[in-house]
Write a protein that binds this ligand. Structure first.
Ligand code: PLP
Length: 478
């Protein structure tokens, strides 16, 4: 395997910017793509798969292939075991290879492989939606199913606008997002999202969007444990946007309670409460994008519970069925749902013109119900809070490691921010990522921020292993 340090730095840097910004890297030189041994022994050309959010040309010269997974570990194609400190992409909350989920999916495919949910029904989505409501904030007990986090976000934005219309406020169509927000890759999500390079190549976006400032500030909040003390006042920027645009033009505000994709940005104490109060004051729908924070990541089923702030809608995906089958959902408050359902005499008229062929797919729902069984039986939705003290202690021991300029944590999430190399942002963290992978640990990096979010089955000994392997890598890459 070619070592990162053999790579031209300018290219590696470009790759890291691509990870944060979504730029497609371009190399000047002709490259020959690798072939890969498959499990069946045949040699596969790697050209055909256009990989998402990946420097395709770089990866295909030096692939990092995972071929098996079980519990807390992946196995790479060269046989080395890799401890998963990222739950895949924040989704495999109950750990890999859960037989119960496999069996439930196989059984369901054998019984009813597909069933439409347009003007028809089958039992699974009704059952799964009902199960989800046991863990959602009180009164948020209606669930619309999608196939991903991106679709959940665009669904929530559409519901918000349609809801304002349904309650006679059709002038409210503006949507407010936040700088450094990530809400997936569809047009609504990139419009309210705050990552410049995820947006700029794609022409005119959804109109009527504005953004709050983000809350990340190392000058005030470096090395916070849990929620930072400083920054609640940043929510008041919403009042300024209301003053600028007029409350009667604003449909919804969407934020991640904890932003993951731009490097673990934690909500300052009081910030989400203030957003809630301003939204209430002005009739604005508050959406929490819980695609990564849902299903136990912050130590409660949803971050809304952890922070004691109830939004009007929650988007979800990832941990919903333990990452086993693409699935997402939007939970809405009863008030929003009822605004669409007020006319019982309407007959077969459709209340919301929106939905996906695979909304409530039987196999995805079966996987979800099995995942909920596991989460509930093993207490995984609250395990993050039990492990948080140990996690926090070990994470903050890295404060003295070379080049660390911040450590932040909450639930089973940690962000470790490194000082960028002069003129080469992202290079240092990517080098640490490669070193960790070779040493048997999967971490995730965004520019110079390392994000950790292991499966919720992680043991204290594995937490120790995560931070000692990472600490060694930080020293080796100093
Ligand atoms: N919203 C948030 C907060 C996310 O972190 C993500 C993905 O990481 C998404 C939306 C998009 O989800 P998906 O990749 O399933 O479309």
């Amino acid at each position: 395997m070619a070592k990162l340090w053999a790579m031209p730095w300018s290219f590696v840097n470009y790759f890291n910017r691509a990870m944060l910004d979504g730029i497609r890297p371009v190399r000047q030189t002709e490259v020959t793509m690798a072939t890969q041994d498959t499990a069946a022994g045949a040699r596969t050309d790697l050209d055909a798969f256009w990989m998402p959010f990946t420097a395709n040309q770089y990866f295909k010269q030096d692939p990092r292939m995972l071929v098996e997974a079980d519990g807390m570990h992946f196995t790479a194609d060269d046989g080395h075991r890799v401890l998963d400190a990222t739950a895949g992409l924040w989704c495999v909350n109950a750990g890999h290879g859960r037989q119960e989920i496999t069996d439930a999916v196989a059984r369901q495919l054998g019984k009813l492989d597909y069933g439409p949910t347009f003007q028809m029904g089958h039992p699974l989505p009704f059952e799964f939606a009902e199960r989800l409501t046991h863990h959602l904030p009180e009164g948020m007990d209606r669930v619309f199913f999608t196939n991903s986090g991106s679709e959940s976000v665009d669904t929530a934005l559409k519901i918000a606008r349609a809801y304002q219309h349904a309650r006679g406020q059709s002038g409210r169509w503006r949507l407010i997002g936040r700088a450094r927000g990530y809400h997936g890759v569809n047009f609504g999500g990139i419009s309210v999202g705050g990552i410049v390079n995820n947006r700029r190549l794609f022409g005119p976006l959804v109109g009527g969007v504005d953004h709050l400032p983000h809350t990340h500030d190392l000058e005030h909040n470096a090395f916070s444990k849990g929620q930072p003390e400083w920054g609640a006042h940043l929510a008041d920027e919403l009042e300024n946007l209301v003053a600028l645009h007029g409350a009667d033009t604003i449909a919804a505000v969407i934020v991640e309670p904890v932003a993951g994709s731009t490097g673990v940005l934690l909500p300052p104490k009081g910030y989400l409460e203030r957003l809630r109060a301003i939204c209430d004051r002005h009739g604005i729908v508050l959406i929490f994008d819980e695609v990564i924070t849902g299903f136990g990541r912050t130590g409660t089923a949803f971050a809304a519970e952890r922070f004691g702030v109830k939004p009007d809608m929650i988007t979800m995906a990832k941990g919903m069925n333990n990452g086993s089958i693409p699935m997402g959902g939007v939970a809405v408050s009863r008030g929003i749902y009822d605004a669409f359902m007020h006319d019982r005499a309407a007959g077969p008229a459709i209340e919301l013109f929106h939905g996906y062929t695979y909304s409530g797919h039987p196999a995805a729902c079966a996987a979800g119900i099995a995942a909920m069984d596991i989460y509930e039986r093993e207490g995984l939705l609250t395990r993050g809070s039990e492990l948080e003290a140990h996690w926090e202690k070990r994470a903050h021991e890295l404060a003295s490691a070379p080049n660390v300029i911040d450590v932040r944590n909450l639930g089973l999430i940690a962000g470790i921010e490194l000082a960028p190399r002069d003129g080469a942002p992202g290079q240092r963290a990517f080098e640490v990522f490669r070193r960790c992978f070779d040493d048997g640990l999967l971490i995730r990096v965004t520019a110079d921020i390392i994000a950790l979010s292991p499966p919720l089955i992680v043991s204290e000994a594995q937490i120790d292993e995560i931070f000692s392997t990472l600490g060694n890598a930080l020293h080796k890459c100093a």
